[in-house]
Design a protein around this ligand. Structure first.
Ligand SMILES: CC(C)(COP(=O)(O)OP(=O)(O)OC[C@H]1O[C@@H](n2cnc3c(N)ncnc32)[C@H](O)[C@@H]1OP(=O)(O)O)[C@@H](O)C(=O)NCCC(=O)NCCS
Length: 385
């Protein structure tokens, strides 16, 4: 049997052709349907980018109005969903509650539409999922932490409505703008593990909700989406252990023990800066004034950055500034990864639509390292169960 070349983690292997996005590391650009993601984040609002991803083009004025209207109309959870979320066990992790809720949403789709893999049907479902994901994320977290439910407010814009669901009140315009920018930075990023997971599921012609559910499970992992929460926790730990003065030494100790510092490094960028992190770093000073310890946290973050670059040659990825920014915005840390997911729904849906349209069933091979030629021992009987 001839052995195929093994690339662990499929590093550097193109797994599909796509016209959704690409990380052009040489040009230091994240290209989303031909646009620079950083320019999109600076110039437009998240729903514009979501429209670009789901519908393939930037919306004109009337498309903007129609898209915003449909997102607002679909933002309320379907009847019965609140009861389902209320039945989740107290203390369940926020990403597990989200995964359950996203999966359950399939039950409220018209069965004919659920099975329809045409781009038109997928786009209609994608819009509904995009609209509802924040209410599912916040609703599951509220239910499992004993908080009162907050209903999605159709009068608010997307980012504003999301923050209202989480915080229970409508924050000021600066907070909304920063949060909107974070959503755009998270909206799409080529083929990370969660997008690949969604594409793998969609390639079987399974439905969009199944693909979206697989992506939640993938994103939960600390090597992927969980890194934003880990970064925020890291800063708070460093704050408790002597603050900025000791942060560098503490990071060096952790590195010498072989620990990974979450929010640094990236499979594709690896030893180059992540353009999203550079953009969002510039947001942090403006957000720091929102908390009494904001400035101190930024000094700790700077100490961590310096040591990581000096010791490992690694730059922060987007999860590092976003973990800090969400904390400064007063968002509970356990919601960081659910927020990442809700923002990524736009990109995930673009990939699922593309996979349903042009995809080919993923079925890779293995490099087998196990034994051969084994035989069942003489006299061994089958199990009694
Ligand atoms: C994202 C990540 C998994 C990509 O890494 P990868 O392509 O698999 O690279 P490897 O795990 O092979 O790491 C290569 C080297 O860099 C080191 N490294 C990578 N990221 C590191 C980190 N965050 N902290 C410390 N060391 C790190 C590895 O230990 C390894 O060192 P070695 O060659 O001395 O063994 C990795 O950078 C990481 O674990 N980062 C922290 C988690 C994170 O922030 N994830 C979000 C990504 S958007």
């Amino acid at each position: 049997m001839t052995e195929v070349e093994l690339r662990p983690g499929l590093e550097g292997v193109p797994a599909t052709a796509t016209s959704v996005s690409v990380l052009d590391t040489e040009a230091e650009q994240i290209v989303v349907r031909g646009y620079d993601l950083i320019e999109l984040a600076q110039r437009l609002a998240y729903p514009d980018v979501a429209h670009l991803l789901i519908h393939g083009h930037l919306p004109d004025r009337s498309e903007q109005e129609g898209f915003c209207r449909r997102l607002a109309q679909a933002a309320l959870l379907p009847p019965g969903m609140e009861e389902l979320l209320a039945a989740l066990p107290s203390g369940m992790e926020a990403m597990d509650g989200l995964r359950t809720g996203i999966s359950a949403l399939a039950g409220w789709e018209d069965p004919g539409l659920l099975a329809d893999r045409s781009p038109e049907a997928d786009r209609a479902k994608a819009e509904r999922l995009l609209a509802r994901a924040p209410a599912v994320a916040a609703g599951a977290w509220r239910a499992t932490t004993g908080r009162d439910q907050v209903r999605a407010d159709p009068e608010l814009g997307f980012a504003e409505r999301f923050l209202h669901l989480v915080l229970g009140s409508v924050p000021d315009a600066d907070a909304v703008r920063a949060f909107d920018r974070i959503l755009t930075c998270y909206s799409e990023h080529e083929l990370p593990n969660s997008t690949f997971a969604a594409r793998v599921v969609a390639s079987t012609w399974s439905d969009l909700y199944g693909a979206a559910t697989a992506a939640v499970a993938s994103l939960k992992g600390p090597l992927h989406g969980g890194a934003n929460e880990a970064s925020a926790h890291l800063l708070l730990e460093l704050q408790a252990k002597g603050g900025a003065a000791r942060a560098g030494a503490e990071i060096k100790e952790r590195l010498s023990r072989g620990e990974r510092i979450m929010g640094f490094g990236h499979r594709v960028y690896m030893r180059r800066p992540d353009p999203r992190a550079e953009l969002l770093d510039r947001e942090l000073p403006g957000l720091a004034a929102r908390r009494p310890d904001g400035e101190e946290l930024l000094q700790i973050a700077e100490a961590v950055r310096t040591v990581m670059l000096e010791e490992k040659g690694l730059y922060p990825n987007t999860d590092f500034p976003i973990g800090i920014a969400l904390y400064l915005l007063g968002i509970p840390i356990e919601l960081d990864t659910p927020i990442f997911y809700c923002a990524r729904v736009a990109g995930l849906m673009a990939h699922v639509i593309e996979e349903h349209e042009h995809g080919r069933l993923y079925r890779p091979r293995v490099a087998y390292r196990g034994p051969r030629g084994q035989h069942v021992p003489e006299g061994m009987a089958p199990s009694p169960c």
